[in-house]
Ligand binder design. Sequence first.
Ligand code: ADP
Ligand code: MG
Ligand code: ZN
Length: 510
Amino acid sequence: MRKLSEVLRDWEAVIGLEVHTELTTLETKMFCGCRISHDDEPNANVCPVCLGLPGALPVPNERAIESIVMAGLATNCEVMRRSMFYRKHYFYPDMAKNFQTTQGPVAFVMHGHLDLEVPADRADERPTWASVAADGATPIERAADGSYVAPIRILRIHMEEDAAKMVHVGGAEGRIGGATESLIDYNRCGTPLIELVTEPDLRTPEEARLFMEKLRETFLALGISDCSLEHGSMRCDGNVSLRRRGESSLGTKSELKNLNSFKSLHDALAYEICRQAEVLEAGGVVLQETRHWEPSRRRTVVMRVKETADDYRFFPDPDLAPFDLTDEFVERCRARMPELPDAKRERFASQWGLTRRDAGRLAGDPDLARLFEGAAAQLRPQEVPTLANVLINLAPSFGALTMLQLVSITELLFRDALTFAQAREVLGIVNGTDQMPIVVAGDRGLLQSTDTDALGAIVDEVLARCTDQARQYRDGNRKVLGFLVGQCMRASEGAGNPKLFNQLLVERLG
Ligand code: ADP
Ligand code: MG
Ligand code: ZN
């Protein structure tokens, strides 16, 4: 198969995502009062409604509807004032009612968009000729460094419910084929799910990955889900087709499943684009099929071929009245909206003088952002970029540092009392305890002395010893300064601050 970069010179990839997000932060299920919990005993959280017993009547969860409206507001969607729940019929034991309650042609929120900022180092998959956004009107302008913004339209976000979890025992890889027993846990059944469907506006696997990252950051900020790709509370299907450069009609797509990490999402799409190009270039046709990504073998394999439209016998659910959202309800949701990651990033960058990249890293994770703001409030403004550096480059390897420890290590680094390597050593010791970095660093003799008198005495001693080098420096050989600093460091047994030594030497030699 040809490489992605070569394929994308001749073909345009057209990608649309369908993203399911479980509203894990809610207390109860979508249509009953059962608890939402992943750790309880199997089938502990069930009732006649989520087990689909005859005569049981559903009652919609208002908090879930608040969550989907907030998701819509955060993605610039229109809130539809009237929508309905539908029944989507199918027969499988993971849904005891034999239908899934979902939404019909009108979803709670529709017709939104997200502006996808593609940074320079992730911008090269999109060929330069693909300079028009998918709506055919908006030009995609590249900045001098190659970065660009692609507007991605969102068709809709609708509400539905999750099915039960099935475990197949005795077969290979937990698949049903060859299994001797299948177990069902209805705890997950009826968990509210929101499904976001994009228009086919994405053009590269990297854009798909960025879109998913941005959506995850947005939903995390809203607090509507724990958004774990790994544990499946956020799941994404990738739809992809190819068309010849310059062509405007859509090609036949395949739909990719099992994309349970950002890497899988990217790599599966990249593989599939190359596979489709090979099929088309050999004169074949792409079949409309659902394919499974196998991460270990780095390929997609056919799960099922779509031959006829599925007959789900969609119809409005007679047990659930049409839903009218009032202005008051929508305004209440709007009032609950937190600051979103983009706004937070801009604020961090301008308020604290961080790079947009660093600001974005901190703003994208609500816990990290909270820690950052809490610690920043205890520091002087000029120390805050050092704090950002600590949070981005040091803290992630530890994981159990307290805000006070972060403040202390930042202060030490800011005044050059510790090197980065020493800070790492200190954090390794205090991680998970309530010891303070300044105390530990002092005890271990790591603190670099910034006492100018004491260091000055060392400098004088070194200059008295190294008269040759001192003369060379005065004669214009600036390179010997490094040697002299090294001598001072050695004389202080590593406890002196090299920047200060440097400064004191220059003063005395000048
Ligand atoms: P299906 O009926 O197979 O689920 P939909 O029309 O509902 O297909 O679209 C599902 C997703 O696939 C959407 O995200 C949409 O943008 C995307 N999509 C639709 N047609 C194409 C295509 N030809 N190529 C790539 N993506 C597509
Ligand atoms: Mg679909
Ligand atoms: Zn229930």
